[in-house]
Each structure stands twice: as C-alpha cells, then as structure tokens.
Design a protein around this ligand. Structure first.
Ligand code: LRH
Ligand code: MN
Length: 398
C-alpha cells in the first residue's frame, strides 16, 4: 500500500531531525565473562573508531557523533585529546558525549564515589573532573555518567552513607560544568554488583540529578530494567519533569544483554519513541534528548550490526512519527480503548521503508545502506589493515 504524501512528508520531516550517537566501544573487540571472540576487522585506536563511525554515517546519514569512553579512547587523559578534531574532520563525524570510567581500575573494587576509602573517592573525583575538562576543551555538551558501585552481600555496605558521598561528588562535578553542558546520570539495577547498586533505578538517578543541580538529567539505558518494568512510563515521568537527558539504546531477552536495537522487541523501542513524539505534539516543544546506542557486538560483524541498528532506529522513529495524535488523544479522553490502541498498532504495522528510501535518495544517500556498505570494500580493507594487530590481542576474558 503506497503511503499518502501527507504521511510520507511526516516521515521525511521526522528523519530530517532524527540523529543517533554511536558508541566508540561498539566497534572494538568486546566480550562476556566467558571470553571474547576476536574480529580481525575490529577497531582498537580512536582513529579506527572514528573511521568506522564515519562509514556508518556515510551510508545512513543519521549518526554524526561518536560517544567516547575516557579510558578506552583517551588512554593518557587530557594529554591525548590533541587529534580528536582532526579525526572528526577526516572521517566526517564529531565527538559526542564523554563517558568517564570509574569502574575498571583495581582501586575501584569497593566502588568509586561510594567507596569507604576517601583516597579512592578522591581519585574518582579527579577522573570525573578531568573528563569534564576534556569535554570543555573539545567543546562537547554531555558528560554521561555510569557507576558500577554497589555491593554483593547484605550488610557489607552503608547504603545511606554512600548516597551522601554520591550527592557530594555529583554536586562538585556539576559545579565544574560550563555553557550548555549537562551531566547525564545513568542507572542500572545490577551487574557487576549483585546485592545492591548505588544508582539502581530511575528514582535514585532522578534524586541524585536534582541534588546535583539544574544541568543534571537522567539517562535511560533500555537494558537497565527488570523485564516486567514499563520503560515508557518511566520515560513519560522524566519527560513531564524535564529530567530526561538521553538514552542508551540496545535490546535484550534476559538482562543487560546489549544486543542490537529492535532485534528482540522492536515494539518496545516504538512505544518509547511514541511517548516522546506524543509529548512533543502535546506540548509543541522538542524534547532535548540525546539518542545514543550502547551495545557490544560479540558475534555479529560490528560494522553491519551498527548499520542495522541505525536503520532500525530510523524505521521505528518514523513509525512513531506517523501516529495520529489527535485521534489518539480523543480515544484516550473517551476511553475508546480499541480505537486508541489501534492508533499505535496502525503506525507500527505501516511499512515506512519506501518513504525512508525516498528520504535517503533525496539526501544523496544510498537507498540500501547495508548493500552500499557491502559494495564499498571497506570491510575487506580494514580486515587487511587490522587483522594482524587484532590477532595479537588476547581473547580470554581473565
Ligand atoms: C553499563 C553501560 C554504561 C557504559 C557501559 C559500556 O552497563 O551501560 O553505559 O559505560 O555500559
Ligand atoms: Mn549504557
């Protein structure tokens, strides 16, 4: 069924405004605690990560920024930010959010900002402030914060005291932000901690963000919820209070599986996008949200997984953008349950791909990004260039 020109226009306008940020670590060899399977073409240097992200943006036109993880991308901290702008120039994608890493080093065994050892809290604070400085020097807006802090056994942590330390640390970091900078507080119910996690759910992240200051927002990682949680309801509460800063999109069957977006439950991501578009229609304001991907591609080819992810995100965002909001609002007011629900189901079951191909063509982009990438020979080239280096990298987790 061909789409009406009105619907096709709505999709084109939606795609013109939709951008999703790619994680540099999504192009690198990652694994699980049971090991990692080395991909010869995987990226390891920041140059290779910008190059790969540049290819995905080249064929999709929808991912102009790359999220950077401080320890993984700036091994020497402030000293190694020199060539980021040159890389952005060369590969056609810019640096995006800055992700400090206070979970990897040995001294974070009992936590970072929540660690009973004041010298460790100080070390964590120094890294957070350095990360903010990196963002400032690179002219970047978002500092994206995730803390692995927590405990594994009842009674082993003073949860209330740790909360105070987090409040103090996040207030200090907030005080260092400038211009339109924001700090995004990410929550996660468990892993690597398996008894309590200090920032365990949206409410804890919300309260910590509020106590930090007006530049703090909450970041929703779709994989950081119990299976029975209604994520789009959390999104609505954060939207209503102006506290929704961004997303880490991925998919899961069980826990924080970090699988490719929409691979398990595409309707979940559609419902999230719907609540945002409905909010924007109702308030006639654009929600100031950073759409980002956070995945680890342990089995799929990393480049193709990323292209698939961006294409799926565009498709689900386009579907959510053609919901008949006026008809929906009327159905909600009248409790016309079937009519209201059908507004979403009609949009979700609409094949928007022809309109996306038109949009791509009208922007000089390939109609089929995956085929264009496969024809480009890029994968063959990076495999030749990187396989030796990657083979040298160990595969065991421990
Ligand atoms: C934690 C997390 C966080 C990142 C990491 C790579 O599970 O979602 O956002 O820093 O993954
Ligand atoms: Mn995340």
């Amino acid at each position: 069924m061909t789409l009406s020109s009105k619907t096709a226009d709505m999709i084109h306008r939606a795609l013109d405004s939709f951008q999703v940020e790619l994680p540099s670590w999504g192009f690198a060899n990652t694994g699980t605690r049971f090991g990692k399977f080395i991909q010869p073409a995987a990226a390891s240097s920041i140059d290779e990560k910008f190059s790969d992200a540049g290819q995905v943006h080249k064929v999709t036109g929808a991912c102009p920024t790359v999220a950077l993880h401080v320890l993984w991308d700036f091994p020497d901290g402030l000293k190694s930010i020199g060539n980021v702008n040159a890389l952005a120039e060369r590969h056609g994608v810019r640096a995006g959010s800055i992700n400090p890493n206070v979970f990897q080093d040995q001294h974070y065994k009992y936590g970072s900002l929540g660690n009973p050892d004041a010298s460790v809290r100080k070390a964590a604070m120094t890294h957070l402030l350095d990360s903010a400085e990196i963002a400032t020097r690179l002219g970047l807006r978002d500092i994206s914060l995730w803390f692995a802090d927590g405990s594994n056994y009842p009674g082993t942590a003073n949860i209330r005291q740790r909360r105070k330390w987090f409040e103090q640390g996040l207030q200090e970091l907030h005080g260092r932000l400038q211009g339109d900078q924001r700090m995004l507080v990410e929550y996660k119910p468990f892993e690597p901690a398996f008894y309590h996690t200090d920032i365990g759910d949206w409410g804890m992240a919300y309260l910590l963000a509020k106590s930090a200051g007006p530049r703090a927002r909450v970041l929703v990682d779709t994989g950081h919820h119990y299976l029975s949680q209604n994520i789009e309801q959390i999104v609505d509460w954060l939207l209503a209070d102006g506290m929704l800063g961004g997303f880490h999109f991925n998919d899961r069957r069980y826990a924080d599986d970090d699988l490719t977006l929409g691979s398990i439950d595409p309707y979940q991501i559609f419902r999230i996008f719907h609540e945002i578009r409905f909010f924007e229609w109702e308030t006639s304001q654009r929600a100031d949200i950073a759409y980002m991907v956070d995945q680890s591609h342990n089995l799929k080819g990393k480049m193709e997984a990323m292209i698939q992810t961006v294409m799926t995100a565009q498709e689900l965002y386009a579907k959510a953008s053609i919901v008949d909001h006026a008809k929906l609002a009327e159905g909600q007011t009248k409790c016309a349950l079937v009519d209201a629900e059908t507004c979403l189901k009609d949009a979700f079951s609409t094949d928007v791909r022809p309109a996306i191909r038109d949009w791509a063509r009208s922007h000089g982009l390939p109609e089929d990004p995956m085929d264009s990438f496969r024809q480009s020979g890029y994968l063959e080239r990076i495999t030749r260039e990187r396989s030796q280096k990657n083979a040298a990298a160990g595969s065991s987790y421990a």
